[in-house]
Design a protein around this ligand. Structure first.
Ligand SMILES: [Zn+2]
Length: 762
């Protein structure tokens, strides 16, 4: 008689047993003995094409010009060297990685449900991905059900799990899907992880309960089912679907180049053997047709998340053109918050941006179609890591990877674009400060999603005292979708809070920011004046500290031949600027080189902002870097207040206003620094050009002229004015800004005259 194994242990063996059976039916599992993964510098399209012609596998999810990770056999290594420079070897034993990934867990410890995220799983069979979804449905029958999304080329079902409660009937939907590219196994763990998290926390965590009550989730672990199964049975590094293109080799179609928006454009290939082969026509593949039809059949879908690996990126439309989408500001806002949320969990950095500029052009991708054709908020992740393990991410990172994606994914799904029947936009932004004694207009737009605006219901709610009630005033319609709100004038002692409300045509009340499950408001700071206390227009050489090719002088319009635009041919005002290489691009492989200001005294200043005009070209931050930094402790701990989060390619002077108050407020020893570099060996851009640098502070410590804050402008204040009065063009002394009535950064006779007018007696 056989020894009795615990049931769990037996179940855990099954996927591996069934896998072995499938593999022997198909063909032997491809071996990677002697293969390495190397990172090569691809500098031109010709080099990229030459590399592809060698028959080596480019592993980046989106191939292009830049550092490319390439799978090479021992025989191919010399040929690759002949085409492009090998920067480094990422992995020298690919077969070892594949073997380690497949080693089953210690059998006795395995509970195939509870331990699901400790290892990767095949699609089918007990313990597999479909089994796990069915198990969720069995365990949470009132919240979860299986969804048939459609059928693949080889006749398999693309399964998803639908999760929502019956609390509300009409609701928006969210679609998250993984494994559009077969070998990106980590991405197939994301939808089931979210599914389990939602189900486990429903009725426990108010935010999750609210979400599951008000959003219909369709979570699809594996979109490219045939390719995924093939990556288990035959070729671990298979990417595309299983289309036989008729060229003698079954080489598949990249279904993330097969969507209809911008199909056939840059970053997709018409060559059948290429990794980005787009197919014969938009939606030529049954997989893309199935998911397209699923979106059309579910018009309530308002957010989709297409999960890829690897590179650690948050991406949004467009992929097929460098034009920014009309909703770029919304994507950027939500994307920046997602980046911070991911970083906050395990300190892992994700870069963000539109696909075209944050990685490479990629035409025919899912996010472009769902956004442009369905009005869906559409993001794509490239998840862990940045290439060390690449697609073969060790299973012990599955949970950490999903833990850090969770809050960002919730944030995206909770956005107004998804959750509200109407959506508010603020094309000019919301006021972070308001001026004491003056009305503050706010321009806004209300976009109909599932309902339109009930006339006369759009309102502003505000209060100046956080413990008081809100006052409601109607918004002024400006025609079309546009409205104006006015925050009424208030004084320096108040801390205004506000929100907006509107009723939908279906009777749904909604607010912005959304007030459920906890009340949230916008808040703003009252300032009485902006005081510019430092100005450097660079019209004469200020002699700041320079490294490398930083120079003060006349820019010559050079550079920009490889990427981006040229340098300017003059300053923002007058001729002169500080620039990195005034006559061309920054060089390849440079370290960080900085321009540093002399000491600036910010004592007595609050709410300090740095302003300057920039004309900058720098490649995306996977390769090249530009920074603005500030220090207040004698150059010890520099704080980065700005860095390029995407490619920057200015073709005109751009105004910058950076809040440096956290570092500079009240500090007597502040230095500013602009840094160029580091750069890699790829493309170079025109680099930094800066002009018209200023610092301003914000002031709201009572009435102008009332130095001692007793509510009167009297003799005591006059005595202080005499101390502060230093004449024209002498910088305002510490604490003296309250006498700078005309805000020209000095206390002179004009301010003296203004003081006399306001004098309330001794
Ligand atoms: Zn991918």
């Amino acid at each position: 008689m056989l020894p009795r194994l615990p049931l769990a242990a037996f179940l855990a063996l099954i996927p591996y047993l069934s896998l072995a059976a499938t593999a022997s039916r198909a063909q032997e599992l491809k071996r990677f003995d002697g293969y390495q993964i190397v990172r090569v510098e691809v500098n031109t399209q010709a080099e990229l094409a030459a590399l592809e012609q060698l028959g080596v596998e480019i592993l980046n999810c989106t191939p292009g010009i830049g550092p490319m990770d390439v799978l090479v056999s021992a025989d191919q290594l010399a040929a690759v060297r002949g085409v492009a420079r090998i920067e480094r070897v990422l992995q020298d034993d690919v077969q070892g990685m594949v073997d380690r990934e497949r080693a089953p867990l210690a059998v006795a410890a395995v509970d195939p449900f509870a331990d699901f995220f400790l290892s990767y799983h095949p699609y089918e069979g007990i313990g597999g991905i479909v089994w796990y979804m069915n198990e969720l449905v069995t365990r949470y029958p009132t919240l979860a059900s299986m969804v048939n999304v459609g059928t693949t080329l080889e006749g398999r079902t693309i399964w998803g799990v639908r999760i929502t409660s019956n609390a509300v009937v009409t609701k928006p939907a969210a679609v998250y899907f993984g494994c559009e590219h077969a070998r990106e196994w980590i991405t197939g763990t994301v939808p089931p992880y979210m599914a389990n998290y939602f189900l486990e926390n429903y009725g426990v965590d108010p935010q999750i309960t609210d979400l599951v009550d008000h959003v219909e989730f369709f979570l699809i672990p594996v979109f490219n089912v045939d390719g995924y199964i093939y990556s288990w049975t035959t070729d671990r590094l298979w990417r595309k679907n299983r289309r036989n293109n008729g060229g003698g080799v079954l080489d598949g179609v990249d279904i993330n180049r097969n969507w209809g928006e911008g199909w056939g454009g840059p970053g997709s290939s018409g060559t059948m053997s290429d990794p980005t082969y787009r197919g014969t026509a938009p939606f030529s593949e049954p997989e893309t047709r199935a998911l397209r039809d699923f979106f059309i059949a579910h018009p309530n879908v308002r957010v989709q998340l297409d999960v890829h690996s690897y590179s650690q990126l948050i991406l949004w439309p467009y992929g097929y053109t460098q034009a920014l989408s009309p909703d770029q500001a919304v994507y950027q806002d939500i994307g920046s918050a997602m980046k911070s949320l991911i970083y906050g969990v395990h300190g892992v950095n994700y870069n963000i941006g539109p696909l075209y500029t944050a990685i490479y052009p990629a035409a025919g991708v899912s996010v472009d179609w769902t956004y442009a054709q369905r009005g869906i908020l559409s993001y794509s992740y490239e998840v862990r890591d940045t290439g060390f393990y690449g697609f073969i991410l060790p299973a012990d990172q599955i949970i950490a990877n999903n833990e850090e994606l969770l809050p960002a994914t919730l944030h995206m799904t909770n956005s107004d674009w998804v959750r509200s029947p109407l959506r508010f936009e603020f094309p000019n932004g919301l006021p972070s400060t308001v001026t004491a004694g003056a009305d503050t207009p706010i321009f806004l737009r209300i976009i109909a999603q599932s309902e339109s605006v009930e006339p006369g219901t759009a309102s502003l709610h505000y209060r100046n005292d956080p413990s008081g009630p809100f006052v409601v005033t109607p918004l002024t319609p400006l025609g079309g979708l546009d409205y104006q709100a006015v925050l009424p004038a208030t004084n320096c002692t108040s801390t205004p809070e506000f929100y907006f409300s509107v009723e939908g045509s279906g009777g749904t009340p909604m607010t912005n920011p959304r007030q459920t499950p906890t009340a949230r408001y916008y808040s703003t700071v009252v300032v009485s004046q902006f005081l510019t206390f430092f100005q450097q227009n660079l019209d004469g050489n200020p002699g700041w500290t320079k490294q490398g090719l930083w120079l003060w002088g006349h820019p010559t319009g050079g550079g920009g031949t490889q990427a981006g635009y040229r340098d300017p041919t003059s300053g923002h005002t007058n001729s002169y600027v500080y620039g990195y290489n005034l006559s061309g691009d920054y060089p390849n492989n440079m370290p960080e080189y900085s321009l540093t200001s002399p000491r600036i005294d910010c004592s007595g200043r609050s709410g300090v902002h740095l302003t300057f005009w920039r004309w900058l070209g720098v490649e995306q931050p996977a390769y090249d870097h530009a920074y603005v930094r500030v220090v207040s402790d004698n150059g010890i701990n520099w704080t980065t207040v700005w860095q390029n989060e995407t490619e920057v390619a200015d073709s005109a002077w751009v105004f910058q206003d950076l809040d440096i108050s956290a570092v500079a407020d009240g500090q007597p020893t502040v230095y500013l620094r602009w840094t160029m570099g580091s750069s890699d060996g790829g493309l170079t851009y025109c680099g930094w050009n800066i002009d018209d640098i200023g610092l301003y502070s914000t002031l709201c410590n009572g009435m102008m002229g009332d130095y001692n804050g007793d509510g009167r402008v009297d003799q005591e204040d006059f005595n202080q004015l005499l101390t502060c009065h230093a004449g024209p063009d002498v910088p305002v002394g510490p604490g003296c800004a309250i006498f700078d009535f005309d805000a020209d950064a000095d206390v002179d006779l004009r301010d003296f005259a203004e003081f006399q007018l306001r004098f309330t007696g001794p």
